[in-house]
Design a protein. Structure first.
Length: 170
């Protein structure tokens, strides 16, 4: 389940410019995505609050099956990306999950920049590296995009058999 949440967050990683402080999500805009299982997902923001220089985006809550199984079946937690997305002033987007682990996407990263994309409470973690910038036709016309490559590690050892090892996010 943790890998699935990581992948879902990866789907959000479209960027519009190498140096632009791009928004992963926007208030007042519904964004639609299809995950690797071909499920349609949407993100709509219910409210935004400021905490110092940080912005907290609260997705509309949605009922769903208990996940993990021990959770209350009447849970109406946040959307499929969680209860909150935090935008830091330096361009980082932090997406906490149910296990108090956090996915990090850096909108201001440049080619060659790397960071810990996701680490859970075990010894497993994923790094993200901007491997290229490119152009792509997106809704609204031609725009610049970043290509991010994920590498999987366990206790500092590269895990080439991991299903997300060398996954690429555009």
């Amino acid at each position: 389940m943790k890998k699935m949440l990581t992948l879902l967050a990866c789907i959000l990683a479209f960027t519009h410019s190498q140096a632009q402080n791009w928004n992963l999500i926007n208030a007042g805009v519904t964004r639609y995505f299809v995950n690797n299982h071909h499920y349609l997902r949407a993100i709509a923001i219910d409210s935004v609050t400021a905490h110092g220089a940080d912005l907290y985006y609260y997705p509309y809550r949605s009922g769903r099956q208990p996940s993990p199984p021990l959770m209350d079946p009447e849970d109406t937690a946040g959307s499929w990306i969680g209860m909150v997305v935090i935008k830091k002033n330096d361009g980082r987007f932090l997406i906490p999950n149910y296990w108090n682990d956090t996915i990090e996407i850096r909108s201001l990263a440049n080619v060659g920049d790397s960071w810990t994309f996701y680490q859970d409470s075990s010894t497993k973690y994923y790094t993200a590296t901007i491997i290229a910038t490119d152009t792509m036709t997106l809704p609204g016309g031609l725009d610049s995009v970043k290509r991010i490559q994920l590498l999987a590690y366990d206790n500092g050892v590269l895990q080439t058999a991991d299903s997300f090892h060398q996954a690429e996010i555009v």
